[in-house]
Design a protein around this ligand. Structure first.
Ligand code: HEC
Length: 441
């Protein structure tokens, strides 16, 4: 079991250089390894640590099967839908030697957990939104074992998952590259870090994408010989692909899809989790420093420093901007996926008394019908420092009540603002009292 981990360990520097991520240097000195985050030293408490406890106690077993190893049972145990499957064929990640356009890597995800699988892979790769530690990483050895064991990983993953791609916190990576026939990204041609604000025509390079998007263009489903420019002949072979059977052996995966809507959601969500982690780390560090300063300078506990206020304020603003989909792309024509992902996602709710949910899709002109992220329902959001959450709701109130009518929120119509306010008031504890429906008595 250890050999594969050691094997993985030695190859990282090479990996990083060849896939064009700026290696994250010197984590040990990094902010998130100091108090109050103490990233590597703190024992995580999350769905994976709880799963490991159940495995250790014999309350749960994970079945192993040839090919997929523990994958299928792990998805079931963690409530991660198979319909979330995405296939990425660029050699941009950990087990790059297993990945090429014929044998893409598969990624599965739910609101908090992301799982990476490679055919013949040594390990399953897991990243999870941990309420205290931001993103936490694990590997699970894919060799059949009497007692499967998740190994927490830090530097081995942070080398790509803890740098400029992830707001310099332990986070999730989604990229778009120009891959050649072997899946190797043509780095001289450039690459994009993608989230909900990335224009569609820069997205999905190195990914398979099954779905319809009419005449809107993107970089997915294709290999490149160089960066296409205006003089390159138009290659539309990657557009509106609904079946991957010509490109890969779909039976080698749990699903035949790499769903377009799932990919849009992944991009929104990964960026949202990184914003949550950045805001949480900055605010907790500022509050911690303030506490120390007050003790040293014999100020009363709770004495407020201007610098703390500034950080709490900018952290809240970062979250409000992201959660209210500022700068998120709009579609010029409708889009759709091919798997049951959208239906599975929407079914989870919660819904208000009018039947509305922040998970409802639009897919005509934008991703979500009601432009506020469902990430407000996550444990990571609830674990934000109380003062940060309070500021977040104040700012949300300013925008949703129409007091903040600045141009950066002009994408929100009056009806959008009202709908989001009403849905949140009914489905999310802690929202401003003034949002509660007036009693009819
Ligand atoms: C060589 C760089 C690199 C290393 C090292 C790396 N990753 Fe990743 N990872 C990526 C990239 C790039 C993506 C985006 C999808 C893709 O291109 O395959 C990604 C995506 C993921 C995802 C999907 C969701 C997310 O969090 O972005 C998981 C899960 C994941 N990696 C787990 C891990 C784990 C666990 C480790 C350490 C054991 C690790 N990775 C090490 C580059 C890396």
């Amino acid at each position: 079991m250890l050999s594969s981990v050691r094997f993985l360990g030695v190859s990282f520097t090479v990996l990083c250089a060849s896939c064009g991520l700026t290696p994250h240097q010197g984590f040990a000195q990094d902010d998130f390894d100091r108090e109050p985050i103490a990233y590597a030293r703190t024992t995580p408490v999350n769905a994976i640590s709880r799963l490991q406890e159940r495995l250790d106690a014999g309350d749960l077993t994970l079945d192993w099967e040839p090919g997929a190893g523990y994958l299928r049972d792990l998805l079931t145990a963690l409530d991660v839908p198979v319909s979330s499957q995405l296939l990425v064929f660029s050699k941009t990640s950990l087990q790059r030697h297993r990945i090429n356009p014929r044998t893409p890597r598969a990624i599965y995800f739910n609101d908090d957990i992301y799982i990476g699988y490679c055919q013949q892979g040594d390990v399953l790769e897991v990243s999870i939104a941990d309420p205290q530690l931001g993103t936490v990483f694990y590997t699970l050895d894919q060799a059949a074992a009497v007692e499967p064991e998740f190994l927490r990983q830090t530097d081995n993953c942070l080398i790509c998952h803890g740098g400029s791609q992830t707001r310099n916190v332990p986070g999730h990576v989604v990229r778009s590259v120009y891959p050649d026939a072997s899946g190797q990204p043509l780095l001289a041609s450039g690459s994009y870090r993608t989230d909900h604000a990335t224009p569609l025509n820069h997205r999905w390079g190195g990914w398979y994408v099954t779905g319809l998007h009419s005449s809107q263009t993107h970089l997915g489903n294709r290999i490149y010989h160089g960066r296409p420019d205006d003089s390159s002949p138009l290659d539309d072979s990657g557009y509106n692909v609904t079946d991957l059977a010509q490109r890969i052996r779909t039976s080698a995966y749990l699903s035949a899809h790499s769903d377009l809507v799932a990919l849009l959601v992944l991009e929104h969500q990964a960026g949202g989790h990184n914003a949550l982690t950045r805001a949480a780390f900055d605010s907790r560090s500022a509050l911690y420093r303030e506490d120390r300063l007050n003790t040293e300078l014999k100020e009363p506990p709770g004495h407020r420093w201007e610098s703390t206020l500034t950080i709490l304020d900018s952290s809240a603003q970062l979250l409000v901007d992201y959660f209210l989909m500022r700068n998120a792309v709009t579609f010029t024509e409708p889009v759709s996926g091919t798997s049951t992902f959208a239906a599975d996602f929407v079914r989870q709710g919660p819904r208000d008394s009018a039947g509305r949910s922040l998970r409802d899709f639009d897919l005509q002109t934008r991703l979500f019908r009601y432009p506020c992220s469902y990430l407000v329902y996550t444990a990571s959001f609830d674990a934000l420092p109380a003062e940060l959450r309070q500021r977040f709701w104040q700012k949300m109130d300013d925008v949703l009540s129409g007091r903040d009518s600045s141009s950066k929120f002009e994408h929100l119509s009056t009806a959008d603002r009202q709908a989001v306010r009403e849905i949140l008031a009914e489905t999310k504890p802690g929202t401003p009292e003034t949002w509660k429906p007036k009693s009819s008595e």
